[in-house]
Design a protein around this ligand. Structure first.
Ligand code: MLT
Length: 263
C-alpha cells in the first residue's frame, strides 16, 4: 500500500487523507492544492487500488486500517488529523478503534458510522462476484451518477468524465476486495462516540449515498462534532467543491494543533 505525499513541510499536525470507493488518492488532489501551507499532507492509496490489488489479505477494513497505520509510521507520522471520505471514513473509524494513538482529530466526509443493511451487503457481494467473473470494472461504472450531485452532473460534465476515467483505471480484483471488506464492516458509532479529539462532519447537500441525515446522525453521535454542509456538492464533495472541503479540514487541523499544544 502506498502513501502519496502532497506536502512535507510545516510544523502543524500532519493531515492524512483516505479516499472513497471505487477511487484512489487522486480524488483529494484539488483539496490538497487548496489547503493552506503549514503542515505535511499525505494521502493513502488503500488496498485494492491500482498497484495495491495483489497479495491482498482477507477482505476487511481492519486490514486497511492496519496498513494505513503501518504506512503512517513508516513515513514518521505518529499523530495526525485523519480525513476519510465515504469508504475512507469507514477506514478512519477502524483506525481510531485499532490505533487510537495515531489520530488527533477526525474529518468524516460524506460517510457514516453504521453497518450495511442486509440488502446493501448482498448487493456488494453481488458486485464483487460480477467484477471478478467479468474481469472488468463494468459493475461499478454506473456509480458515477450516484457519486456526483445533480449540480455537478448537469453543469460540469468534465468532472463526471474525470471520475469515470479514475474508475476505469481501477482493478477488478481490487473492486471485489473493497466491496467484500465494506460488506463485513461493523457499526462503529460507539468508536466515534468515545473519540475525544476534534471532529468535523462534512456532507454535500446533494449527497444521495450518505445524505445529510447520515451526517446529522454522526454529529448526534459525537459531542465533539461540528457539521459542515457543502452547497452544490454530492457524495464526492472533495472533487465537486474542493475549496469548501479544504476550508473545513484546515479549521479542524487548526483546532487539533491548539489541542495538542495544550497537551
Ligand atoms: C464510497 O464513496 O466510498 C462508497 O460510496 C462507499 C460505499 O459504497 O459505502
Amino acid at each position: 500500500m502506498s502513501l502519496h505525499t502532497y506536502r512535507e513541510d510545516g510544523d502543524g499536525l500532519p493531515l492524512v487523507l483516505l479516499h472513497g470507493f471505487p477511487l484512489d488518492h487522486r480524488m483529494w488532489d484539488d483539496v490538497a492544492r487548496q489547503l493552506p501551507a503549514g503542515r505535511p499532507v499525505h494521502a493513502v492509496d488503500l488496498p485494492g487500488t491500482p498497484g495495491n490489488a495483489s497479495d491482498l489479505p482477507e477482505p476487511a477494513l481492519e486490514a486497511s486500517a492496519d496498513l494505513v497505520a503501518a504506512a503512517m509510521r513508516a513515513a514518521g507520522v505518529e499523530r495526525a488529523v485523519v480525513a476519510g471520505l465515504s469508504m475512507g471514513g469507514y477506514v478512519a473509524l477502524a483506525l481510531v478503534e485499532r490505533h487510537p494513538d495515531l489520530v488527533a482529530a477526525l474529518a468524516l466526509v460524506d460517510t457514516k458510522s453504521t453497518a450495511d443493511a442486509p440488502e446493501a451487503r448482498a448487493n456488494r457481494l453481488r458486485i464483487a462476484a460480477e467484477a471478478e467473473e467479468s474481469g472488468s470494472v463494468d459493475p461499478v461504472r454506473p456509480m458515477v451518477s450516484s457519486l456526483l450531485g445533480e449540480s455537478t452532473r448537469s453543469s460540469r460534465p468534465e468532472v463526471a468524465d474525470e471520475v469515470m476515467a479514475w474508475i476505469d483505471q481501477q482493478e477488478p480484483a481490487g473492486i471485489a476486495w473493497s466491496q467484500r471488506a465494506m460488506a463485513a464492516r461493523p457499526d462503529r458509532s460507539e468508536v466515534l462516540h468515545a473519540f475525544g479529539g476534534p471532529v468535523v462532519v462534512v456532507v454535500g447537500d446533494e449527497d444521495t449515498v450518505t445524505p445529510v441525515e447520515a451526517a446529522e446522525h454522526l454529529v448526534a453521535t459525537s459531542e465533539q462534532a461540528r457539521l459542515v454542509v457543502v452547497p452544490r456538492a454530492g457524495h464526492l464533495s472533495s472533487v465537486e467543491e474542493p475549496a469548501a472541503v479544504a476550508a473545513a479540514l484546515a479549521d479542524l487541523a487548526q483546532a487539533a494543533d491548539a489541542t495538542s499544544d495544550e497537551g
